[in-house]
Structures are given as structure tokens and as C-alpha cells.
Design a protein around this ligand. Structure first.
Ligand SMILES: [Zn+2]
Length: 411
């Protein structure tokens, strides 16, 4: 094969192959490239300024995509430039996005593989250490993020995710229309959300926010009221049903301790069954719950109350929704279920924001789906010490919809 052919196969714009080496035993291919005659564009890699004269020449070796069964490395002849701003710097070359020994298209291939597989699997596939795969993935995502256009924020979602014992809660702000997380903040105080409004949005952008789906959590409502006073607060189904599930769980625990002996065994291990909707349970699981309900009327009542609360969002007319909510709270009388009395008070205190569901049309379920996506990433990635990386990953996931987790459980 002539060098001319290697140049065409390699396909680095502006570069020509002047030497090659094939090792059949090791299955490696090495190509030496330099600028084509006439390619005189010199750019400082520090600031992007155009430079007329090179200072000196150096060489770098990077791994590129494999050629058939041959692992391919490219040795590139590079210029160094004397930049008035940055001093002595290496020139900027499109195929060399960073100081790491990989070509841009190699990094893109690794990054794309990371979109649907764990870093551990990608590391095996490319014969790279896991830490290198993560570093490549992070650069790949940063490049993607830097060049894309961000949709305007009109409907925002605010949610908290429990990251583990160390980081504890992280506040997640998302764009409900594009379905992507926008920002992570450590903790879940008023100051946390304040920080988002202050650091991420201009005054005009804050004004444009029409609605916010949040949990019934006072600090968030206060922050929104201060920074985006015209924005309607919507207490969404996802968060309210989380409270309902918590109430069912409280009843379960109380019953577990109140009653001894046989009852204890029946209640034991039923937590997930009780938190799952009836329509999602198999016949066998329903049977297990029925046994529990026959023995314990309070558990049955709590479960039915949770199930019937779901119907609140079948109403699209405010008056009907309010009527249904009132009749739901009336059912609680004489039931002696303190956890549900507490929930009812919470709902009545926030009724305006609940009814906003009928007034402002926001995409429900997105908050829950983003929440589930982040949890999938956490489960797979194990230890995202770098919150920025986790955010980029979740944004990319939403943008590509590769594994957008359907909002199944509580929808
Ligand atoms: Zn420079």
C-alpha cells in the first residue's frame, strides 16, 4: 500500500501519512503523520488565537480507532507556538481534544459506548483502565455540552435525591419540557434553590418561568416566591404520592409494633407490596396482600386511601378536583390513622398548589422519570464523587433518550 492510500484511510483532514509500521504478531499499526503542504493554519491551544510562525516542532503519540484487527496509534508532528497571551504553547489540532493520548474520534467512540454500558464494561471492551474510561467520558460529555443549544426554561421541576450517607440530599432542578436535569445543589435548603436562581439564570430568564413542580417543602416555595414571583407553584402527583406511600409505611410500622405474634409475621416483608399499586401486582402478590388485609383492617384502609388518592389527578376541572379531595379527607374520620390525618392536613394546607394542576398544563411524570434516571446512573456507576459528571451524564441520557426510564411505578 502506498502512503497516499494510508492518508486516505486514516482520513485526518490536513494531515498526510509519511511512514507506517505494521506488527503482525502484536496486531498493531502505527502511522506517522504531518501537515499536508499548504496547511498552514496555526492556532494557539490556550486561547484560540491565530499565530503566523511556529516556534518549534515536537511529536505526540495518540491512540486512534482500530483498523480491522489492528490496534492503531498515530504519531503526529506538532508545532509549538509563541502566543503573546499564553507564552509557549502547543498548537490546536482538531483530532487532539486534550492532553490525553487519544484522538478525538477514539474518545467519541468510548463516550458513546459509555452511554449504554457501565464504565467497567467499556473498560474491558477497549482494554483501558476504568479511571481512564471515566476521564474520557467526562471530556466527551463536556465537549457535547459546550456546543449544544439549551432550550428556554418555562416549566421547572425541583426534586431531592438521596445520594447516600455522605452527600445526603441533592436538590435537582430540571426543565420539564426538555425532560433534562439542569443543575444539582448540595442539600435542600432555601439557600440551595436561591443559589440556582442566582448563579444559573439571568433576571429575564427567571421572569420567563411559568410554573414549578415541587414537593410540599416550605423552603423551596419561599425561594421561588422571592426569585420568580410570577411562577405558579404546582404540587405534583409524584411528590404527593411519595407522601401517601410514606403514610402507608407509617401505618405498617405502627401495626407491626402494636400487634405481636402472628400479625407481626404477616406484616413482615410486605413493605414493597404495600407501596406498589394494585394494578401492577400479580395475582400471587395480590393474594398475599389480601391475607394481610383480612387480618388487619387498618392496613387495608391505609392501602385503599393511598390507591384512591391517585384518582385526584383524573380531574381536570378545579371544582371537581377540590370536591374529590374534600371527600377523600372526609373518609379519614373515625379511622384512627394519624399518619393519614397528617397527610390530609398537608394537602389542605397546600390545596392551591395542588389545584394548579388544572390551571397550568405541565408535563407530569417528568420529575419522577428524571429521578429514576439518576438513580439508574447511580446504581450502575457506583460512586459519582463528581456531581458535575453525574449531571452531564443525566443530561446526555435525557437528550439521547437511550434509556429513558418510563414513569411506571407511580404513574
Ligand atoms: Zn494563546
Amino acid at each position: 500500500m502506498r502512503q497516499n492510500d494510508w492518508t486516505r484511510i486514516l482520513g485526518w483532514p490536513g494531515y498526510t501519512v509519511y511512514q507506517q509500521e505494521i506488527d503482525e504478531k502484536a496486531k498493531t499499526l502505527k502511522l506517522w503523520v504531518r501537515r499536508k503542504r499548504g496547511n498552514r493554519r496555526l492556532i494557539c491551544s490556550g486561547c484560540g488565537r491565530r499565530i503566523t510562525e511556529p516556534a518549534d516542532i515536537t511529536e505526540r503519540e495518540v491512540r486512534d480507532l482500530p483498523c480491522f484487527e489492528y490496534r492503531t496509534t498515530v504519531v503526529i508532528e506538532l508545532y509549538r507556538v509563541r502566543c503573546p497571551d499564553c507564552g509557549l504553547k502547543i498548537e490546536k489540532v482538531d483530532q487532539l481534544p486534550s492532553k490525553a493520548p487519544f484522538s478525538k474520534r477514539f474518545e467519541d467512540a468510548v463516550g458513546q459506548a459509555c452511554e449504554s454500558a457501565s464504565a467497567r464494561r467499556v473498560a474491558g471492551q477497549f482494554a483501558l483502565p476504568q479511571s481512564t474510561v471515566r476521564a474520557i467520558d467526562r471530556r466527551y460529555l463536556k465537549r457535547w455540552s459546550a456546543q449544544r443549544r439549551r432550550p428556554a426554561l418555562r416549566h421547572m421541576g425541583v426534586d431531592e435525591i438521596f445520594l447516600g450517607k455522605k452527600t445526603k440530599f441533592v436538590t435537582v432542578v430540571s426543565n420539564l419540557e426538555s425532560g433534562e436535569p439542569l443543575w444539582f445543589g448540595v442539600e435542600r435548603k432555601k439557600e440551595t434553590l436561591d443559589e440556582f436562581f442566582r448563579s444559573q439564570l439571568s433576571a429575564r430568564q427567571r421572569q420567563r418561568i411559568e410554573a414549578a413542580c415541587v414537593d410540599m417543602w416550605e423552603p423551596f416555595a419561599v425561594s421561588i416566591g422571592e426569585w420568580a414571583p410570577d411562577c405558579a407553584i404546582v404540587y405534583d402527583k409524584f411528590h404527593i404520592m411519595q407522601h401517601a406511600n410514606k403514610a402507608v409505611d407509617e401505618v405498617r410500622r405502627a401495626e407491626f409494633f402494636r400487634k405481636g405474634g402472628r400479625m407481626r409475621d404477616v406484616v413482615k416483608g410486605k413493605r414493597w407490596l404495600l407501596l406498589t399499586r394494585w394494578v401492577h401486582l400479580s395475582g400471587d402478590k395480590r393474594q398475599q396482600l389480601n391475607v394481610l388485609f383480612r387480618l388487619n383492617r387498618r392496613m387495608l384502609k391505609a392501602y385503599l386511601l393511598k390507591e384512591s388518592l391517585e384518582r385526584l389527578w383524573t380531574y381536570t376541572y378545579e371544582g371537581a378536583m377540590l370536591r374529590y379531595l374534600k371527600s377523600w379527607t372526609l373518609q379519614l374520620r373515625w379511622q384512627r390513622l394519624p399518619a393519614f390525618d397528617k397527610l390530609a392536613h398537608l394537602l389542605i394546607d397546600h390545596v392551591d398548589g395542588i389545584l394548579n394542576y388544572c390551571r397550568v398544563k405541565v408535563r407530569f411524570g417528568v420529575v419522577g422519570a428524571i429521578n429514576a434516571n439518576i438513580k439508574t446512573l447511580l446504581r450502575r456507576g457506583r460512586g459519582y464523587k463528581d456531581l458535575n459528571y453525574l449531571l452531564l451524564k443525566a443530561q446526555r441520557m435525557a437528550a439521547t433518550r437511550t434509556e429513558f426510564v418510563a414513569f411506571r411505578k407511580a404513574a
